[in-house]
Write a protein that binds this ligand. Structure first.
Ligand code: RFL
Length: 388
């Protein structure tokens, strides 16, 4: 088999890229290890920032792809048990969306498949071959156990941090830059409607967050030590700790359907390509979830890569493809800087046990500046909307 681009992974990066290429009349095949049901149920992020929403509009896909509700330009902080709503100034005009990641993924799949896109679920044992040569190949086993080989011009590695794409690049070719924040988040999904799109507590016991996931569910986050285990977190303890940090009762303590521990870290792989393999999204970089930028960075990469491939295929101009890694990394580092700043600020301002009382007071001063300075407010807003 032959195609122009093989896309490995049907997450937000792979599916957005597939749709952009399909609309541009460029052949592609998307290979996904999991089933359609699994991918459509996977719950994660919840914010499509203004930049990402406008990007879908520019590709002519906004009407069919963007779900959810307009993002409110308000962050509801609870500081030591008191409500401190923060409204940021923005020229968003209602573009940003509060949309669960699986709703976006479902829409991306519907549109891609509906428009005749080639999306193959249950692709096992994906292997990349000859990625530095002129015509790389991707080998996999399909649902019936038959080995298939697809030859292509380019491979888009959109298979996340644990995928096969990045590990196909020879040792020593990429540099991994990383930072560990020193704590984890317990992330909990519960059948508990939220009063606000977001609520974030700064408290001496540590950070807590509640983010609406549709009208009936919320994701809760609790800062905890890295050596914490899920077993230690009984449902009762989760509610107790959440209420202590928010300083008010949780309205509905519904059924908890999942609990996971996520260590907070930042990772960047440089460069984001090797030969004819290009890395997109989590395969190339991880941001801490506090920033709500992981999905948005993945969408940015898809935008840049699709534009570059179109230029190459339609005009035989490799300029944008050659610049792919440096274009994306400039954007990635800017948002890593924001993510690190916001993550430190929110955690240092509450729990002094990690960095001490001095850092706690600095963080509180920075937090207050967001309310006192229009300039600080505006800069924060630019990052939240993805428009910096
Ligand atoms: P995805 O979405 O993980 O998709 C990768 C796809 O590749 C498939 N795959 C393979 N396919 C074939 N062969 C293989 N060998 C394969 N290995 C893997 C996988 O099954 C999957 O379908 O990566 P992508 O597209 O780069 O998108 C990145 C985003 O999903 C990620 O950055 C965000 O979910 C991060 N994130 C958040 N981002 C935000 O912008 N805002 C948030 O509020 C937010 N909350 C979160 C998050 C991530 C979380 N996790 C996963 C720890 C909350 C959580 C709990």
């Amino acid at each position: 088999e032959n195609t122009t681009v093989v896309i490995v992974g049907a997450g937000v990066a792979g599916l957005a890229l597939g749709n952009f290429l399909l609309r541009s009349g460029i052949d592609c095949v998307v290979l996904e290890r999991r089933s359609r049901e699994y991918v459509e149920q996977r719950q994660r992020a919840g914010v499509i920032d203004t930049r990402a929403a406008r990007m879908f509009r520019e590709w002519g896909l906004a009407d069919r792809i963007l779900g959810g509700a307009p993002l409110e330009p308000v962050l509801n902080f609870r500081v030591d048990g008191r409500t401190r709503p923060f409204r940021y100034v923005t020229d968003d005009h209602g573009d940003g969306r509060f949309c669960p990641q699986q709703v976006l993924v479902r829409n991306l799949i519907d549109v891609f498949v509906g428009d005749g896109g080639d999306l193959r679920f249950g692709a096992e044992d994906v292997e990349l071959e000859d990625i530095s040569g002129p015509r790389p190949r991707v080998r996999y086993r399909d649902g019936a156990g038959v080995t298939r080989i697809v030859a292509c011009d380019f491979i888009a590695g959109c298979d996340g941090d644990h995928g096969v794409s990045r590990s196909s690049i020879p040792e020593g070719e990429l540099t991994r830059h990383s930072h560990e924040y020193g704590y984890a988040w317990l992330t909990v999904l519960a059948e508990a409607p939220a009063n606000h799109q977001s609520m974030m507590a700064i408290h001496p016991r540590g950070f807590a967050g509640q983010f609406a996931r549709g009208p009936r569910a919320s994701r809760f986050y609790l800062q905890c030590p890295l050596d914490s285990s899920v077993e230690e977190w009984t449902d009762d303890r989760i509610w107790e700790e959440t209420e202590a940090r928010f300083g008010e009762p949780v309205g509905v303590k519904g059924r908890i359907s999942s609990k996971t521990l996520v260590p907070l870290r930042s990772v960047v792989h440089d460069p984001m390509s090797h030969g004819r393999l290009y890395l997109l999204g989590d395969a190339a970089h991880i941001v801490p979830p506090m920033s709500a930028k992981g999905m948005n960075l993945a969408l940015h990469d898809a935008d840049v890569f699709a534009t570059a491939v179109v230029k190459q295929v339609k005009e035989q101009d490799a300029g944008l493809l050659d610049a792919y890694s440096s274009t994306c990394l400039k954007h990635v580092w800017n948002y890593q800087a924001f993510a690190a700043w916001f993550t430190d600020l929110m955690h240092d301002a509450g729990d002094a046990s990690y960095h001490g009382e001095f850092r706690r007071r600095l963080a509180r001063a920075e937090f207050e500046r967001l309310y006192d300075s229009e300039t600080a407010n505006q800069l924060f807003g630019e990052f939240l909307t993805g428009l910096n």
